[in-house]
Design a protein around this ligand. Structure first.
Ligand SMILES: NC(=O)c1ccc[n+]([C@@H]2O[C@H](COP(=O)([O-])OP(=O)(O)OC[C@H]3O[C@@H](n4cnc5c(N)ncnc54)[C@H](OP(=O)(O)O)[C@@H]3O)[C@@H](O)[C@H]2O)c1
Length: 287
């Protein structure tokens, strides 16, 4: 089976490439080979590969910059996704599209179900919501949307790698403790996507690793694990602070735990705990 992977050099794209089952003929593409700012570029990429499935792992992910680069964020996260969905409908191609916890308000007190009404609080969140809505409208029966959160990987820039760098450079760190989510290894999400494609799954689902943490809890765990495996040589104090200590251009959700029951039932899987996944990622990380 031929599959076209867009955004192959991002965190998730890289994990999808290295976990791809042998039975799949994977065609990978990323910027500038395909440019989501250009409809023609997207069409050329799809027409030259003629896949059975497209996985869209590309996105405009600069959450704060999106507040000022609104047009670019919407072009990449909404209009380009519409271009892909229209081409997929025309050519009978199935589409896997990735979305985010940022489509929700973040004002929740229990894991957020797939059918909870969206209420994005940032340009990034709104652009991602419009992207997933046009996928559902154009490809209702032949698309799979997976919303995820707090992704990290040994490839690309993310919280784990930033913390490891700062823990080497600084004498102490302050990290926000009033935003709650689930750290999620992109490798596990990639494996879940391959299982979902194998089962021909369609519809909207949530996937993250299991458990929950604040950014502060996550930072403490990164340090503990990295020190215990000899990746870091020393421990530094890490202090919890409120989000108000770190003003950002885009508002972050205070609560981002996604309810994963629907995908667990559909694929008969259980997500691994985030800390177990963190350990695996750190084992393949060099400083
Ligand atoms: N990271 C998270 O914490 C998180 C959380 C929830 C949901 N998600 C969603 O999960 C998916 C994967 O995220 P990720 O963390 O793997 O993202 P990422 O590492 O930022 O990768 C995004 C990819 O999109 C590509 N891209 C950006 N602009 C492009 C353009 N104009 N044309 C073509 N490609 C372009 C990037 O290429 P360049 O590297 O060349 O820019 C990069 O390869 C996205 O849909 C994201 O919204 C992510």
């Amino acid at each position: 089976m031929k599959i076209l992977l867009l955004g192959s050099n991002g965190q998730l794209g890289w994990e999808l490439s290295r976990t791809c089952p042998e039975t799949i003929q994977l065609f990978t593409c990323d910027y500038p080979g395909v440019d989501f700012l250009s409809t023609a570029s997207i069409h050329n990429c799809i027409e030259s590969t003629e896949p059975a499935w497209i996985i869209n792992a590309a996105a405009y992910t600069a959450v704060d910059l999106a507040q000022t680069e609104k047009l670019k964020a919407f072009r990449i996260n909404h209009e380009a996704v519409k271009d892909i969905a229209l081409a997929a409908r025309l050519k009978n191609i199935k589409l896997v599209h990735i979305s985010t916890d940022y489509i929700f308000s973040g004002q929740h007190f229990a894991p957020i179900r797939v059918d909870h009404p969206p209420d994005p609080q940032s340009v990034y969140g709104e652009s991602k919501l419009q992207g997933e809505q046009c996928v559902t409208e154009l490809l209702e029966k032949s698309s799979l949307i997976i919303r995820t959160a707090w992704l990290y990987s040994s490839h690309g820039a993310n919280f784990v790698k930033t913390m490891l760098r700062l823990m080497q450079e600084k004498q102490r760190l302050t990290v926000v403790d009033d935003q709650i989510g689930t750290p999620t290894w992109a490798n596990g999400l990639a494996e879940t996507i391959w299982s979902a494609i194998k089962k021909n799954l369609t519809g909207i689902y949530h996937w993250t690793d299991a458990g929950c943490a604040s950014w502060y809890d996550f930072a403490v765990a990164i340090q503990e694990e990295a020190v215990s495996m000899g990746l870091l040589k020393k421990t530094i104090p890490i202090l919890p602070v409120p989000s108000s200590s770190y003003p950002t251009a885009a508002k972050r959700p205070a609560y981002s735990i996604l309810d994963k029951q629907k995908i667990c039932d559909a694929l008969n899987i259980t997500p691994p705990h985030w800390r177990q996944q963190l350990r695996k990622m750190l084992h393949e990380t060099t400083l």
